[in-house]
Design a protein around this ligand. Structure first.
Ligand code: ADP
Ligand code: AMP
Length: 213
């Protein structure tokens, strides 16, 4: 099963993608996590991506598409995957579509996690991320067992640089301009499913499972 998560930054794509990956036994592929790992390891790709990410801008398609196509060509993606944060532009979606068509494959579901802008800034300022294992928490809604420490790997949790309110507003604008058109793109392909992302995370997940089967 090949699934794409759509939605504004902070809508809960990553939270749901991890739960989907666990339930269906497919890898969770997050381009944001791949960039953050590269930044942490000081790679050239990380240096280039950071310049855009810190400003709330999208990393250029030329850099993003290749890392995604390389990732989904790996063995563990043979039986499907859940993409979180990719595609974010129409050209990215077109490249993915062409690559899949060549293999005789297609996206089965594009799950749009719908959360109004008003809720987003609050969610993002409460998000805490583990840069080591990629786990995410929310200081009010989904707190870790011990404040500031990752339940999964014991590392320190941080407020991502790009989750500061001024950057979040920029990311929302970029989302509306460049990513929201993907809703029409996947509607036209007959695979778009929208869920109400303002519900409790378990209810969002139940709604997604009802769609995926
Ligand atoms: P995205 O991957 O779409 O950017 P995340 O999954 O990281 O978003 O979620 C953004 C923040 O909101 C995180 O702090 C997360 O813990 C929290 N969150 C996710 N889903 C819900 C929900 N249904 N209700 C409240 N908070 C949520
Ligand atoms: P995320 O973790 O998905 O919120 O992504 C964090 C940041 O990484 C985004 O704000 C972008 O700067 C960059 N990024 C992640 N995925 C993509 C993508 N598909 N295209 C362009 N930039 C991306």
């Amino acid at each position: 099963m090949k699934i794409i998560m759509l939605g504004a930054p902070g809508a809960g794509k990553g939270t749901q993608a991890k739960m989907i990956a666990d339930k269906y036994g497919i890898p969770h592929v997050s381009t944001g996590d791949i960039f953050r790992a590269n930044i942490k390891n000081g790679t050239e790709l990380g240096k280039q991506a950071k310049e855009y990410m810190d400003k709330g801008l999208l990393v250029p398609d030329e850099l993003t598409v290749k890392i995604l196509l390389d990732r989904v060509a790996q063995d563990d993606c043979k039986n499907g995957y859940v993409l979180d944060g990719f595609p974010r532009t129409i050209p990215q979606a077109e490249v993915l579509d062409e690559a899949l068509t060549k293999l005789g494959e297609k996206i089965d579901f594009a799950v749009n996690v719908d959360v109004p802008d008003e809720n987003i800034v609050k969610r993002m300022s409460g998000r805490r991320a583990c840069l080591k294992c990629g786990a995410t928490y929310h200081i009010e809604h989904i707190p870790p067992k011990q404040e500031g420490i990752c339940d999964t790997c014991g590392s320190e949790l941080v407020l991502r640089d790009d989750d500061k309110p001024e950057t979040v507003l920029n990311r929302l604008k970029v989302y509306h301009d460049q990513t929201q058109p993907l809703i029409d793109f996947y509607t036209a392909k007959g695979v778009l499913k929208t869920v109400d992302g303002t519900q409790d995370m378990k209810d969002v997940f139940n709604a997604i499972v009802a769609i995926l089967g």
